[in-house]
Design a protein around this ligand. Sequence first.
Ligand SMILES: *Cc1c(COP(=O)(O)O)cnc(C)c1O
Length: 436
Amino acid sequence: MSVGGWLERDAQLLWHPYSSLAEPSPVRLVRGASGVRLSLDDGSGGTVEAIDAMASWWCMIHGYRHPVLDAALKDQVDDFSHVMFGGLTHEPAIRLAERLVEITPAPLEHVFFCDSGSVSVEVAIKIALQYQVARGRVGRTKMLTVRGGYHGDTFAPMSVCDPVNGMHSLFTGALQEQVFGPQPPAGFDRPDDDPEFLAWAAAMAAVAEQQSDQIAAIVVEPILQGAGGMYPYSPACLRVLRELADQHGFLLILDEIATGFGRTGTLWASEHAGIDPDILCIGKALTGGYLSLAAMLCTAEVAQAVSNGPGGALMHGPTFMANPLACSVALASIDLLLAGDWAVRVAELSAGLSAGLAPVAELPGVKDVRVLGAVGVVQLGGPVDMVRMTDAVLRRGVWVRPFRDLVYTMPPYVCTDDDIATITTAIAEAVREVGC
Ligand SMILES: *Cc1c(COP(=O)(O)O)cnc(C)c1O
């Protein structure tokens, strides 16, 4: 069938992320993917290749069709692809849980597997509520968070997303009302005697103090707010949140679904601040982008309190919990990451992105250029024309997915220096061509 035929059928049938069926925005047909490149149908029977500068929404860190990950998946298919996790267990889940406990911050000792990042945030919030009940602190039913966050699209995560970007007004009455503090001041390198930082810390302390008897946990993305705006903030802010949690008996939930597995330059973004969470959510790059899998990890203290509390159980159990295919490919992906020089690689990517994007800051209409780890962001002075910008970048051999006023890249770690140069040149030229 011609590409036109497929795309017409798609437009009639399918929702894509955040899309309208009345005015579907264009989609492209993928014919294949290998290494860091997508093969897209060019509309006339051929294909056009593009470097995937999104790593398929930040997941595909080792690239497509990696022989080691392919083999892990095929081997597991030959054993068994899925079994229920109620009453049954299997080596891939046990081995992956052990590996995660080994490589995540030391106090985290127990693992709950689920099928998506959003669900892991649901489970994190649920276990925090159960923890406070078990501690006899009734009435602690709210989450404290900061503006500008993104934690997923199901209802509990949506309630802690930024109220404006997350369109809370659409769901008034249906969404749990949470406690919002101000967004941390921008900038990873902001000094901790900076007046804006001090004002933010004081504002957070005041919010925490006022509503401490209603707050069960703090939930934030450490160091880098992702889908809320690709917005880095300083490690000192995270230390403030850890202190507030300790002072008031809140749990600290860190959502490292986007930042985990080295993306910001350390394996976990919390390491920049030298603090540990009580509860951690991971997903996205966990399986190297092959399958949907996420996990909630928690401390022994949290696990024991909940297990000895009313009900005794953590009240969650997805059908595809700890799917063996996903666990096997996750193990292979983690082994691959840790066997290589991932920290050096991310630092090299970071240097390449910084050098390549620096000239973009000088272009008219560009508000800010920022790089943290293997994340490169161009912020324009107004909303991006997503369709034109995507086209302009793609004509230069690169796939991006801009949003709001942002054109950004989170490239696969296996990108070469040349690939990074192609990405930054494409973004620079497209920003010059399209502007905002
Ligand atoms: C993507 C993301 C989620 C949601 O994960 P899904 O797998 O899409 O449900 C949650 N938190 C953060 C920080 C994310 O980047």
